[in-house]
Design a protein around this ligand. Structure first.
Ligand code: FNR
Length: 361
């Protein structure tokens, strides 16, 4: 058994050692120069704390409520593709870890375990992430299956009209297995011999014409609350509130779509100010430490989602690894709350952090 990691970054190294290069690169990589990939992490480093002392922190309550679901900490599992490339149990192991940590798992549209398998494997609160296909009836079928299998919300990923240029996948000629949930639904097999077949498949099937008016269609086929993932500007945040979404996820898709998009932690406040508390705001991208979770909450997020660290945990140590990743982040977050003088998440305020701009003035 590999050494016991003491932080999330160490899980990344264990995953690198455990996985074939092609799969590790698929999980770790970002778009083009990977500028945003580095920034997602580094922008957190530029935020410092304004801790308060002599607050009674003998008891710390990390719990929070997202869309009426009480979870043990504001840390949720982001939708990431193809968990069976990391571990043969795939998303089933991830869902079990989510259940034992009492948090929410967002199942990716491009999962390698089926909606039904994941639903049967645990009692975790599950949301279903959606890409909209050119053939709308395929999307409608998947939405119905998610609803029937007890998923509690839809997460519409809206930053992917086309797939970003992930050069590691192109170089490795990354081959993805057929997607479990689409078995029997696609009439043709799309493939490419010029690089990443993931890219070719996605661009053949995903609907690049999807626009705000289609939210009405989506709402007409489901009663589930809909969150939009991929918002980075005040303009889109206001639009999302206007069309009646139940929540917003500030995200740049883990820097896998448009390089030189801002780090999500830098874009968060613009969205928070525009939304003015009308819907909950979540964020993801670069969260690797409990201090990052705290910073996101101080800048107005209700919770964060974590992507890569979950697949690294899964690759390194299966279900146990995912659990450890979440537990470690929770422990670090709890310590941050104690050392900043915040006995519960409600005590975390904008005044507990200082951004780079604030230091200049
Ligand atoms: C993703 N992400 C993603 N998002 C989505 O909406 N549907 C998906 O299928 C995937 N797949 C996916 C695969 C892999 C390997 C990664 C790394 C990411 C994006 C994901 O939900 C999330 O936005 C980021 O991963 C968050 O950034 P960190 O935590 O990975 O830095």
């Amino acid at each position: 058994m590999a050494a016991e990691p003491v932080n999330l970054n160490e899980f990344q190294e264990l995953a690198r050692l455990a996985l074939p290069k092609m799969y590790y690169d698929f999980y770790a990589g970002g778009a083009e120069d990977e500028h945003t990939l580095k920034e997602n992490v580094e922008a957190f480093h530029r935020i410092t704390f304004r801790s308060r002392i002599l607050v009674d922190v003998s008891r710390i309550d990390l719990s929070t409520t997202i869309l009426d679901y009480k979870i043990s900490a504001p840390i949720i599992i982001a939708p990431t593709a193809l968990h069976k490339l990391a571990n043969p149990e795939g998303e089933v192991a991830t869902a079990r870890a989510a259940a034992s940590c009492n948090t929410i798992m967002v199942l990716s549209f491009t999962s390698s375990s089926s909606i039904e398998e994941v639903a049967a494997s645990s009692n975790a609160v599950r949301f279903y992430q959606l890409y909209v296909f050119k053939k709308r009836d395929i999307t409608a079928t998947l939405v119905q299956r998610a609803e029937r299998n007890g998923f509690k919300a839809l997460v519409l990923t809206a930053d992917t009209p086309r797939l970003g240029r992930r050069e590691a996948d192109i170089k490795n000629k990354m081959i993805t297995p057929p997607l479990k949930n689409l078995e029997g639904l696609l009439s043709t097999k799309v493939s490419s011999d010029t690089g990443s077949n993931f890219e070719a498949d996605a661009n053949e099937t995903m609907d690049a014409s999807l626009s705000w008016k289609d939210l009405e269609w989506l709402r007409s086929i489901t009663n589930l609350p809909i969150l939009i993932k991929g918002i980075l500007t005040r303009e889109d945040a206001i639009k999302a509130v206007e069309v009646g979404v139940a929540g917003i996820i500030v995200s740049n898709h883990g820097a896998r779509q448009l390089d030189y998009s801002p780090a999500t932690i830098s874009a968060l406040e613009e969205v928070v100010h525009a939304v003015k508390g009308r819907v909950p705001i979540l964020m993801d991208g670069g969260v690797r430490r409990g201090t990052d979770v705290f910073k996101a909450l101080a800048l107005g997020a209700q919770a964060v989602l974590i992507g890569r660290p979950v697949v690294y945990g899964l690759a390194a140590k299966g279900e146990y690894g995912v659990r450890r990743v979440i537990e470690m982040l929770k422990d670090e977050f709890e310590l941050t709350m104690a050392l900043t003088g915040c006995p519960s998440v409600k005590h975390i305020t904008r005044k507990h952090v200082r951004t780079e701009q604030e230091r200049i003035h």
